[in-house]
Design a protein around this ligand. Structure first.
Ligand SMILES: C[S@@+](CC[C@H](N)C(=O)[O-])C[C@H]1O[C@@H](n2cnc3c(N)ncnc32)[C@H](O)[C@@H]1O
Length: 191
């Protein structure tokens, strides 16, 4: 992620390598149904899924400006903290490129881009509650695609999924100078 470039310039995360990796991994595996993109940002990932698969796609974001921008791209968007606004068993697929950069408290900025970038001290501050509620909104045969980084500790994320009764397996990855990005496919563990 381009942390320094993004500060002070925008209020919505601009698509980057992580967005592109997640979009491609999701498109290769989603063959229709109802899809939610959590943390939809500019709408780039949701728009690609809507354009390149037969799925019916909705986005959500905690940042109202991201919801506005996504709607202006023609994708339905709801302001929601993670999946909390949605009913149980609503989605065949959920995708999320979460804020994951480990950030010490003294470096938190409390602005919209902080919500896009900071994963708190261990990088998993947003991933943890996301995994806790994911199983509620995901249909029994549903799958989620979660972008994680080696900065966030991929094994620790797999463990959090396990604690939430979910199975997680790496299905795509790409290496960059300071991190390796991994897309985890997450399912109900009892499938
Ligand atoms: C790394 S950006 C990804 C944006 C876009 N999906 C992409 O891949 O280009 C993370 C997004 O998650 C959103 N976000 C952070 N915390 C959230 C929460 N608790 N609920 C919903 N969205 C959240 C941010 O506002 C931001 O738009």
């Amino acid at each position: 992620m381009k942390l320094a470039e993004q500060r002070g310039m925008a209020t919505v995360y601009e698509p980057a390598e992580d967005s592109r990796l997640l979009a491609t991994a999701a498109i290769d595996r989603i063959d229709g149904g109802r899809v939610l993109e959590v943390g939809v940002g500019s709408g780039y990932v949701a728009d690609r899924i809507a354009a390149e698969t037969p799925a019916d796609v909705v986005g959500c974001d905690i940042n109202p400006e991201a919801c506005r921008r996504t709607r202006s791209a023609g994708i339905e968007a709801v302001r929601s903290d993670l999946t909390h606004a949605f009913l149980a068993d609503s989605f065949d697929a959920v995708v999320f490129n979460p804020p994951y950069l480990p950030t010490p408290p003294e470096e938190e900025w409390d602005d919209p881009l902080e919500y896009a970038l900071s994963g708190g001290e261990d990088g998993r501050r947003v991933i943890r509650p996301f995994l806790s509620d994911l199983g509620r909104v995901l249909r029994p045969s549903g799958r989620a695609y979660l972008l994680v980084s080696t900065l966030t500790d991929v094994d620790a994320v797999v463990e959090l999924a396990d604690e939430a009764g979910l199975g997680a397996e790496a299905v795509d990855e790409a290496s960059f100078p300071f991190e390796r990005l991994v897309v985890l496919e997450i399912t109900h563990a009892n499938r």
